[in-house]
Design a protein around this ligand. Structure first.
Ligand SMILES: [Cu+2]
Length: 146
């Protein structure tokens, strides 16, 4: 093997490694079910609508405004409407567009949402404010000091 061949092989392996990392970790990270990004006190969650809701379970905190950004990735009639009965929301979702649904959940609990025909179903879980779930487990957790 010449030096050039070794360099090319190493670069190739590096490229493959990057692609694997990108698909395995980078992509899944942005698709974590129920991932909530809080911007200016508004809890934002992206939901893809395609034969169902992804994620189909959304966890937010009570007493803080929620903005659900529904991207409807299909034209199927079934998903053209999303209904949150508990919050008095009935929203049309134009195909291939992102539509925001906003409200402030005041009481902790579980609030189902659905399409206009009651076929596609999702669940909004409202947790008590201040009961913050850790984004990642504490690094100190594995160190038991007795
Ligand atoms: Cu439907």
């Amino acid at each position: 093997m010449s030096v050039a061949q070794i360099v090319v092989t190493a670069l190739g392996a590096g490229a493959i490694g990057f692609v694997l990392w990108y698909f395995l970790f980078s992509r899944t990270k942005s698709q974590v079910a129920g991932a909530v990004a809080t911007t200016n006190g508004v809890q934002e969650v992206h939901v893809v609508v395609k034969g169902g809701y992804t994620p189909d379970t959304i966890v937010v905190q009570a007493g803080q405004p929620v903005r659900l950004l529904f991207y409807r990735d299909e034209t199927a009639d079934c998903s053209e409407q999303v209904v949150f009965e508990a919050f008095g929301v009935t929203q049309m979702l134009p195909a291939f567009q992102t539509t925001a649904v906003e409200f402030t959940p005041k009481t902790p609990g579980e609030y189902p949402f659905r399409c206009g025909m009651n076929m596609l179903k999702g669940l909004l879980v409202v947790e008590e404010a201040g009961v913050r779930r850790r984004a990642a487990s504490s690094p100190h957790k594995s160190h038991a000091h007795g």
